[in-house]
Ligand binder design. Structure first.
Ligand SMILES: Cc1cc2nc3c(=O)[nH]c(=O)nc-3n(C[C@H](O)[C@H](O)[C@H](O)COP(=O)(O)O)c2cc1C
Length: 210
């Protein structure tokens, strides 16, 4: 199937079959798509926490908009962004880049000096607004990859960030939750959205020609 057909096939599933689990191999492929997402300056300022443990899910459903969707999903991916940028974090990423590319450390220092100056003049709130935005590209790629594998998913912002951060100990990792991606296999009978047509604004309205 083409990417377009995969995107037409997928929808934000509203009920999962709790007896069906996503295989480790498929999960790894979905995570690889997220890992390959492009990010601003290549900093990858977020991590994906993979939650399969039912007890953890039960704790996270508190405050969720669709608690039963989270509960019955096979896995919950938590997209969590850096709470702030720092010179140390930027150096760590670029040292990794130069090491992997067999280049001398500091090869990109004129560029990293520039971004350190930009982020150095910003607040942690401004940093998080930027790091959080980066996660959505990875979320989209993970969803598309899941669809290609015929694995259902539901992106979700309807949850309590405070509870999820607390349950997963994200603060200690310098991370804050941004969005979730529930993965699994739809329950055909209970997933009321399954039978409905996909609705989008017409292309003539969606694109603006100048
Ligand atoms: C960032 C984001 C957050 C979303 N949050 C929720 C959510 O909390 N609960 C839910 O049921 N659907 C959620 N959705 C799903 C959207 O409602 C859905 O993607 C949209 O209506 C388009 O429908 P489709 O994905 O089925 O094609 C979210 C989607 C996105 C992209």
């Amino acid at each position: 199937m083409s990417l377009i057909e995969d995107l037409q096939w997928r929808h934000a599933v509203k009920a999962y079959d709790p007896s069906k689990k996503v295989s480790q191999e498929d999960l790894n492929t979905i995570l690889e798509a997220a890992r390959l997402a492009p990010t601003s300056s290549g900093l990858q300022p977020f991590r994906v926490i993979v939650v399969e443990n039912q007890e953890l899910k039960e704790k996270m459903v508190m405050g969720a908009l669709n608690p039963e969707v989270m509960r019955d999903s096979s896995h919950v991916l938590v997209f969590a962004a850096w709470d702030s940028y720092s010179d140390e974090k930027i150096d760590k990423v670029y040292d990794h880049h130069t090491d992997v590319r067999d280049l001398p450390r500091g090869r990109f220092s004129s560029y990293t000096d520039k971004i350190k100056e930009i982020y150095g003049a910003q607040t942690p709130e401004q940093h998080f607004a930027h790091t959080a935005r980066q996660t959505y590209i990875a979320l989209g790629l993970a969803m598309a990859q899941a669809a290609e594998l015929k694995i259902d998913s539901t992106p979700a912002e309807g949850f309590s960030n405070e509870i999820v951060d607390e349950v997963l100990g994200l603060k200690e990792l310098g991370l804050k939750s941004v969005s979730l991606l529930y993965l699994g296999y739809r329950d055909e009978e209970k997933d009321w959205l399954s039978a409905m047509k996909k609705v989008r604004v017409p292309m003539e309205e969606f694109t603006i020609k100048k």
